[in-house]
Write a protein that binds this ligand. Structure first.
Ligand code: AMP
Length: 541
């Protein structure tokens, strides 16, 4: 027998409408690209999102079309999240850390129709303009006064377009399964892959992740997502904060310790989110300046393993609760967290820090499990490791255009992470079976670096692995074997790499070796090499 309840779809435009009716006076504070502070309220965000949706209509955007953004965390980017998805198109967040060639690949793969771009990123698009034929126009996210001169064409000014439109828009009654967002990730192998969110998954994720079981947002909360809106949707905070009526503080391009401390103090931020490197930077600044962050009560930290030393420092120096988090672009992204609980409070401090430094427990709706090489579940004893799989209503069921099918089995998504789970369900990521490096929260493709190295004639084979780094969590090092009789100069190899990859991808060390270990099928044995060289950079500094 079926139930007899209404099948009412949950849409991102419902969050926008609810923010207008419930919390019209709640504030959104942004640091702009020009460096000043911009303030407005949810009622303003609603009005301007309507104007923006009218702009999309005037530009001829079709439902289901991809409209890209290349922008920092600021109020215009927030309006784009709501207007594009609410309109029925797909907001495709382009990662500002990408190198021109990757950007080109992703824009073409997504077949983006328009790109809304913050002025500092205009040169990046100018580099690829000739190679992205699907793009019908560029809108620069600024007012007329701050319009840069550019070769991008056709090119429009965001504020000029908005000013021509009314602030009323009839948000369409979309189906819940309508695509709302698109975000590319390195995936486990090969080219970046697209993850397509829908309205249902985005709203459910916002409801659960913003609830008291997870991020615990309400009208008293002042939340600052430092995690970028161009990567993993700023952990969904652009949807969950307005859903629960929290004040939003968006740090724009300035994510250094000093700028964050200023915003925390000025705006009384009590919860902030980002990768460990961000909190290391803030701690270093506080230590050297003697400045304070009294309002801050909690930092949510994911994207990389939590260093336990920082968990302890934040508790003992600043009285800030460090909440370890795990998630992926593929999981919308939030899935597990070490939330504060009576059980944790009862532990002695050192035991509590141990658990805070894990990625915590799965939130309602998300199932996690670890499997051995024979696909058998591994015991949850906190030390036995297995391949981490995940399922849930905001976990992807396939990648855009059906790529990467080998990541799915028996209803699970295979994460490429290697983990342990303890008897209480706390998850800790201990390794990665996928071949990518995560440095300061952003991906570096080992395969792209290896291919780039082969353009230097003396290199016979190149192998890039991620090894521990005190500031960036991981940095790439490159091991190379040489062709016999060829003379090799490291500086020449670096020049070849510099022409082909982003500056921040440059390996921290290049090591010439006699031989590289391979599996029976000829693949590099990277797990072994990662173990052998794990502390190479730490020992050499
Ligand atoms: P992304 O899709 O860019 O968010 O990256 C997701 C990946 O980041 C995961 O598959 C992990 O490899 C890594 N990651 C995320 N959170 C953690 C964590 N708490 N500990 C260790 N690695 C993490």
């Amino acid at each position: 027998m079926k139930g007899r309840m209404m099948q009412v779809p949950l849409l991102t435009s419902d969050i926008l409408k609810s923010a207008l009716s419930r919390y019209p006076r709640q504030e959104i504070v942004s640091r702009t690209n020009e460096g000043n502070i911009h303030r407005y309220q949810y009622a303003d965000m609603y009005r301007r999102s309507c104007q923006l949706a009218n702009v999309l209509e005037r530009l001829g955007v079709q439902s289901g079309e991809r409209v890209a953004t290349l922008a920092w965390n600021n109020y215009r980017h927030l309006e784009l999240y709501y207007a594009i998805s609410g309109f029925g198109a797909v907001v495709h967040t382009l990662n500002a850390r990408l190198f021109a060639e990757q950007l080109q690949y992703i824009i073409n793969h997504a077949e983006d129709a328009y790109i809304f771009v913050d002025a500092p990123f205009v040169p990046l698009l100018e580099e690829v303009r000739e190679q992205i034929p699907s793009v019908k126009g560029f809108i620069i996210n600024c007012d007329q006064h701050n319009m840069p001169s550019t070769s991008l064409s056709p090119c429009y000014c965001y504020e000029t377009l908005l000013a021509q439109e009314t602030d009323e828009f009839a948000w369409p009654a979309l189906e819940a399964s309508t695509a709302s967002g698109l975000c590319y990730t390195s995936g486990t192998t090969g080219n970046p892959k697209g993850v397509i969110y829908d309205h249902h998954s985005s709203v459910l994720h916002a409801m659960m992740s913003g609830s008291s079981q997870y991020l615990d947002f309400n009208e008293w909360s002042v939340v600052m997502p430092v995690v970028p809106m161009y990567h993993v949707c700023a952990w969904g905070v652009p949807f969950s904060a307005p859903l629960y009526g929290a004040k939003l503080v968006l740090p724009g391009p300035q994510m250094d310790g000093q700028s964050l401390q200023e915003l925390i103090e000025q705006e009384s931020v009590d919860k902030a989110y980002g990768v460990p490197t961000v909190w290391l930077g803030l701690h270093n600044y506080l230590e050297q300046s003697g400045k304070r962050i009294d309002s801050l009560k909690l930092v949510g930290v994911g994207g990389a393993a939590s260093p336990r030393t920082l968990v302890k420092l934040y508790a003992e120096l600043y009285d800030v609760y460090w909440m370890g988090i795990w998630g992926m672009t593929e999981t919308s992204p939030l899935a597990t967290a070490a939330i504060p609980s009576p059980q944790l409070e009862r532990l002695d401090a050192e035991q509590r820090y141990d658990l805070q430094a894990t990625a915590g427990r799965a939130m309602f709706g998300v199932e996690i499990e670890i499997f051995d090489a024979d696909d058998k579940p591994v015991i949850h004893d906190g030390t036995s490791r297995g391949n981490l799989r995940v399922k849930g209503p905001w976990v992807l069921s396939s990648y855009f255009k059906g790529e990467g099918d080998d990541s799915f089995s028996d209803g699970w998504f295979d994460t490429g992470d290697v983990a342990v789970i303890n008897a209480q369900g706390y998850l800790k990521i201990v390794d990665r079976s996928k071949d990518v490096i995560k440095s300061g929260g952003e991906w570096i493709s080992s395969v792209d670096l290896e291919n780039a190295a082969l353009n230097y004639a003396p290199v016979n084979e190149a192998c890039v692995i991620g090894v521990r780094h005190l500031k960036w969590d991981e940095r790439p090092i490159m091991l190379v074997t040489l062709k016999p009789g060829k003379s090799y100069v490291e500086g020449e190899l670096r020049e070849v790499l510099a022409d082909r990859v982003a500056k921040w991808w440059m390996p921290d060390a290049v090591i010439v070796v006699d031989d590289l270990p391979h599996t029976g099928t000829g693949k590099l044995r990277k797990v072994e090499l990662r173990q052998d060289y794990a502390d190479h950079l730490i020992e050499s500094t």
